[in-house]
Design a protein around this ligand. Structure first.
Ligand SMILES: Nc1ncnc2c1ncn2[C@@H]1O[C@H](COP(=O)(O)OP(=O)(O)OP(=O)(O)O)[C@@H](O)[C@H]1O
Length: 419
């Protein structure tokens, strides 16, 4: 509540926050995003609310540069096939070298009519004012009469999807935890620091990109929406997103809140834990949908252990595993209102990711948890799980309580759960 109050006092300013990539990094104070004043195209140039005047050639606006099509043609050797690094629903992505030597990912959007135009505007509008070390940076864009291109910072290790599901070298446990935390921070920054909150709406493994150190950043904001974290503050919208990641209430009714992103985040957490894809019809009956298969297993210690990605070959901390499983279980629960806030997920992951490291001797170090207050929403969530919660006032207890869910399921005599 206090956090919200402080946010509103900022009156449209993007809040300051800290970075774990680099302690000196800070979110830059920026005006809140206003989709009503998205740029408009007039005579081939970008105009409108935040782009109220013609962009000077090569002019910077909030660090975002305007490029000509020709410059991008040069950067990508004429958009040659060998520079293609990926293809998505909205366009083709090329590796390019800008005139100052910067390597960039250049996304040429298909001419998709209204939907594609909206996606372009949202990405430019949003990323030119949301600066976070956990969101893939927008370096620039090109919008002439015939083309729409977005120029992003290049993420040399590609997508999380590739490394989890198609890679040759499996991601180790520590890397998975850090990626989980980076992604949680990215969504937290959208939900908590944007006023009103921004809902990503398409959070999934292919939209998690990895830098040279396997630190993660979230990309692809073409479907993002302004929204709310409260069910009664929800917005109704056409259902867009990706099968397997869609929160059930959003998929069935189109009602969208920040808790829809929390669900998608839970699915990605399950992928990190199990190495499975969200929907796999090649698996035996009952195992096709990751969430349905995982949910009943997440509350049993033995079953959680059986769920772990075999590619890890047993190299993980069981204590962390149980906490991660409990967080995932809370994120993917069917009732949106009882899912935790991303802020609480971040706070519960910090001690795991920060202190999970391999010492010189190769042995594991374990967390030294710092007490942090739980938000009302997560307390509610824990209550929903019928755990004795009055003492659960900090994140250490949060993690302990999550473990309590598991323990209690196995030892009902402890009195935590009815189940
Ligand atoms: N900044 C980047 N750095 C490196 N590679 C990138 C970058 N952005 C995108 N890519 C690559 O291009 C591919 C396509 O990206 P894009 O955002 O267009 O689509 P997608 O997220 O895979 O799918 P969709 O947009 O349909 O949901 C990605 O899967 C990734 O391999």
């Amino acid at each position: 509540m206090l956090r919200r109050l402080r946010s509103s006092k900022n009156n449209g300013l993007y809040k300051e926050s800290t970075s774990i990539h680099n302690s000196s990094s800070r979110f830059i104070a920026q005006p809140a995003i206003n989709f009503n004043s998205s740029p408009e195209l007039k005579g081939g140039c970008l105009y409108g609310g935040h782009f109220g005047r013609t962009q000077p050639h090569h002019g910077y606006r909030g660090g975002v540069q305007v490029f000509t099509y020709k410059e991008l043609q040069v950067a990508t050797s004429g958009f040659s096939e060998e520079n293609v690094i990926g293809r998505g629903g909205f366009g083709v992505v090329y590796r390019g070298v800008l005139s100052d030597g910067t390597v960039a990912a250049i996304k040429m959007l298909h001419r998709l009519g209204k939907q594609g135009e909206r996606a372009f505007r949202v990405e430019v509008d949003l990323l030119s004012r949301l600066h976070s070390p956990y969101l893939v940076g927008l370096l620039g864009y090109c919008a002439d009469q015939h083309h729409r291109l977005l120029i992003f910072e290049f993420m040399p290790n590609g997508t999380l999807q590739h490394h989890l599901h198609n890679g040759h070298q499996p991601l180790d446990w520590g890397t998975r935890l850090r990626i989980a935390l980076d992604c949680a921070r990215a969504l937290e920054s959208l939900h908590e620091h944007g006023i009103p909150p921004v809902i990503h709406r398409n959070f999934k493994c292919t939209n998690v990109l990895l830098d040279q150190n396997f630190r993660a950043k979230v990309s692809d904001f073409g479907l993002a929406k302004m929204g709310s974290d409260k069910i009664n503050g929800q917005i109704s919208t056409r259902v867009l997103g990706t099968t397997g990641y869609l929160a059930p209430e959003y998929a069935s009714t189109g009602k969208l809140t920040t808790k829809s992103d929390v669900y998608s985040y839970g699915v990605v957490l399950l992928e990190l834990l199990t190495g499975r894809v969200p929907v796999d019809t090649k698996r035996p009956p009952g195992e096709h949908v990751l969430v349905s298969w995982a949910l009943p297993r997440l509350t049993s210690r033995e079953k959680v252990v059986e769920m772990v990605d075999p590619a890890l070959k047993g190299h993980y901390s069981k204590k962390d595993l149980i906490q991660i499983a409990a967080i995932a279980a809370m994120c993917v629960q069917p009732e949106a209102d009882y899912r935790p806030l991303m802020t609480d997920v971040v706070q519960s992951l910090i001690p795991l990711a920060k202190n999970y490291s391999v010492s010189a001797s190769g042995s594991l170090r374990f967390p030294n948890q710092r007490p942090i207050r739980l938000s009302a929403s997560s307390e509610k969530s824990i209550l929903h799980n019928k755990v004795a919660t009055l003492e659960t006032t900090n994140v250490f207890r949060f993690s302990e309580t999550l473990q309590g869910v598991l323990l209690a399921r196995e030892q009902p005599s402890r009195g935590f759960l009815n189940a």
